[in-house]
Ligand binder design. Structure first.
Ligand code: IFM
Length: 424
């Protein structure tokens, strides 16, 4: 069994702006005030003060032996009012990204990680064509901000999660439950990816750009039930692969019977990624129900490893499966997120070990995986779940904001620096 990572393999960590920076006002902060989180009084608020503590947090990235750090730019911070950029925020991000370079940490920058400025929702949601000129203005600013930094760019994080959660299920902002709007939003996201590339290419021809797609393993809840089996195929082909197909072939085609039917040619989308970013966490069992939304999903502890704190299956076998499945795209693969919500910190080293074993097995089977970014550097605001789940390699005391190593820090460092996978 192969247990070595090549010298050019990248080990890194990931966060997103709203989840860690603090002091941001956007569509999610409004959603929180509307009492929409699991605990209606929970707030992101000052998050874990990553904006203020950025420099010392970079020290943690280095302590991990990581050579790349994935973070996101916050649209609402950069453009608090339509067309008006906040010069201090622009300079603040630039200075932080330069600080990374100075320490030899490669920036991997996400332009959109779930959140939107409040004005965007009021004027033009993702389902309207007006979102595209607004996005172009933001993408142009990002291209200027990133100029000359050698950053890799992820245009969208988990676009299907943000679109289906916000426009079909209505559990994330803007809280819409409308299949037509969801379909229009998916199409606009594909077009926005192309727009961001155009703006980035105007600045530099040496572009390294992709998206981070949440790839979930789906399985029928009742193994022999044809409806559950059909649901599983539909989820795989649409949730996992619909957008990836569009960004590799230029043809956007999704069909979720009785829910979404979408066919569009997206000019400029063909071959529009230099790498394929994938986020992998778990497997979901799907059960058909004869009323909208026609599916129920659940998680099972099939291998007896114990569900995570949120209740997800710890399923590294699925990581190998989704990695092998990416071969169809013939692109370098970067794992842009993988991690476990683990309050005790005791399970994380084993989780990382099992998932890196799967990654090496995928490489041995010819999958061109070039990077592993662990989610997350720090404990962070976990959307609807707020502060319960703890994904951080560093535990954050939410009163004092003190960062504390979990046992996985030394393990991660050992693997990242030795390039050899040993058991924790
Ligand atoms: O915290 C999230 C992140 O924002 C997107 N990917 C999944 C993570 C864990 O749920």
């Amino acid at each position: 069994m192969q247990n070595r990572f090549p010298d050019d393999f990248t080990f890194g960590v990931a966060t997103s702006a709203y989840q860690v920076e603090g002091g941001i006002e956007n569509d999610w902060s409004q959603w929180e005030r509307m009492g929409k989180l699991k605990e209606p009084d929970a707030r992101c608020g000052r998050a874990v003060e990553h904006w203020e503590r950025f420099e010392s947090d970079l020290g943690l990235v280095q302590e991990l032996g990581a050579s790349a750090y994935r973070l996101s730019l916050e649209w609402a911070r950069l453009e608090p009012r339509p067309g008006e950029f906040d010069a201090a925020a622009v300079a603040g991000y630039r200075q932080r990204l330069e600080a990374m370079r100075a320490r030899g940490i490669r920036p991997i920058v996400t332009l959109h990680h779930f959140t939107n400025p409040l004005w965007l929702q009021d004027r033009c949601g993702w389902h309207t064509p007006q979102v595209l000129p607004a996005w172009r203005r933001y993408a142009k600013l990002c291209a200027e901000l990133l100029d000359g930094l050698g950053a890799a760019v992820i245009t969208f994080n988990e676009p299907m999660v943000f679109v289906l959660g916000g426009y079909l299920q209505g559990v994330m902002p803007p809280g819409v439950k409308d299949a037509k709007q969801a379909a229009a939003a998916i199409e606009n996201v594909a077009r926005a990816h192309v727009i961001a590339r155009e703006e980035l290419l105007l600045r530099s021809k040496a572009l390294t750009c992709g998206i981070s797609q949440h790839l979930m393993v789906f399985a029928p809840a009742r193994r022999w039930n044809p409806f559950d089996q059909a649901l599983t195929r539909i989820a795989e082909e649409n949730f996992n692969h619909g957008l990836l197909r569009a960004l590799t072939t230029g043809e956007l085609s999704m069909r979720m019977p009785a829910v979404i039917s979408l066919k569009a040619r997206i000019d400029g989308a063909r071959d529009s990624m230099e790498f394929l970013g994938i986020n992998y966490y778990t497997r979901s069992h799907l059960k058909f129900v004869p009323r909208p939304p026609f599916a129920e999903f659940g998680f099972r502890d099939v291998h007896g490893r114990g569900l995570t704190d949120i209740g997800w299956e710890d399923y590294p076998e699925g990581f190998l499966q989704v990695l092998k499945d990416t071969k169809r795209y013939r692109l370098p693969v970067w794992v842009t997120e993988n991690g476990i919500d683990d309050r005790t910190g005791q399970r994380r080293p084993g989780f990382i070990h099992r998932h890196l074993q799967a990654l090496l097995a995928a490489r041995a089977e010819g999958v061109d995986v070039r990077a592993y970014l662990h989610w997350s550097l720090l404990d962070n605001f976990e959307w609807l779940e707020a502060w319960g789940p703890r994904f951080g390699l560093y535990r954050v005391n939410l009163e004092t904001m003190e960062r504390q190593k979990t046992p996985a820090v030394d393990y991660f460092r050992q693997v990242a620096t030795s390039r050899e996978l040993t058991a924790p």
